[in-house]
Design a protein around this ligand. Structure first.
Ligand SMILES: CC(C)(COP(=O)(O)OP(=O)(O)OC[C@H]1O[C@@H](n2cnc3c(N)ncnc32)[C@H](O)[C@@H]1OP(=O)(O)O)[C@@H](O)C(=O)NCCC(=O)NCCS
Length: 159
């Protein structure tokens, strides 16, 4: 029975190995994609977040990177099946959105797999229309969220 969990940034080679393994296992292997297909050109400049269980096992993962126009892009959100529905995905998304705000990003774009659109709608994302068809079978919707500046420090009003 899953118990407590915590969100952290991976910091060791073992962490990164476990994160990539989870990404491959949940987002690539079921579609017969080879190990390595879960990685892209943004890994070193991205903000990674993992969820650890009480034993230090990685049970969830999500990543943010900055597009050339400054937009934040979230990819590879995934939670182990036995951990779903317990707030792990929400904790990951909130941590990535905080990272985006901290970096001064004001907008996040993502391509959501059709079965999980509701997860993003619940978190304030807007459906912009059809996204890519991954591996010829996985339909996506392009989704957007404008980030408010609630974490930014307010300047005092001039006298
Ligand atoms: C999408 C995913 C990351 C969500 O993670 P999770 O830990 O189950 O999500 P949470 O438990 O934090 O759910 C947060 C809220 O979203 C809702 N939600 C979660 N998955 C949902 C779904 N598929 N459809 C509609 N609502 C959903 C929950 O009911 C919850 O609502 P509440 O706050 O009103 O209770 C997880 O289902 C997953 O890994 N799916 C498979 C991989 C995948 O498709 N990744 C997305 C790629 S774009």
């Amino acid at each position: 029975m899953p118990g407590s969990f915590r969100v952290e940034s991976p910091s060791t080679p073992d962490h990164y190995r476990a994160c990539f393994r989870l990404r491959w296992q949940l987002l690539r292997a079921p579609w017969q994609q080879p190990p390595g297909s879960e990685q892209d050109a943004h890994e070193t400049a991205a903000w990674h977040r993992m969820v650890l269980d009480a034993h230090g096992e990685v049970v969830g993962y999500g990543r943010l990177h900055r597009e050339q126009d400054g937009t934040g892009r979230i990819r590879y959100m995934c939670v182990m099946p036995q951990w779903r529905g317990r707030g792990v995905g929400a904790a990951l998304l909130e941590s990535l959105e905080k990272a985006a705000r901290d970096q001064g990003m004001t907008r996040i774009l993502l391509d959501a797999r059709a079965p999980v659109i509701g997860f993003y709608l619940r978190h304030g994302y807007r459906d912009l229309g059809p996204g890519p068809l991954l591996f010829g079978v996985i339909a996506h919707r392009r989704m957007e969220k404008r980030l408010d500046r609630k974490c930014a420090r307010r300047r005092p009003a001039p006298d």
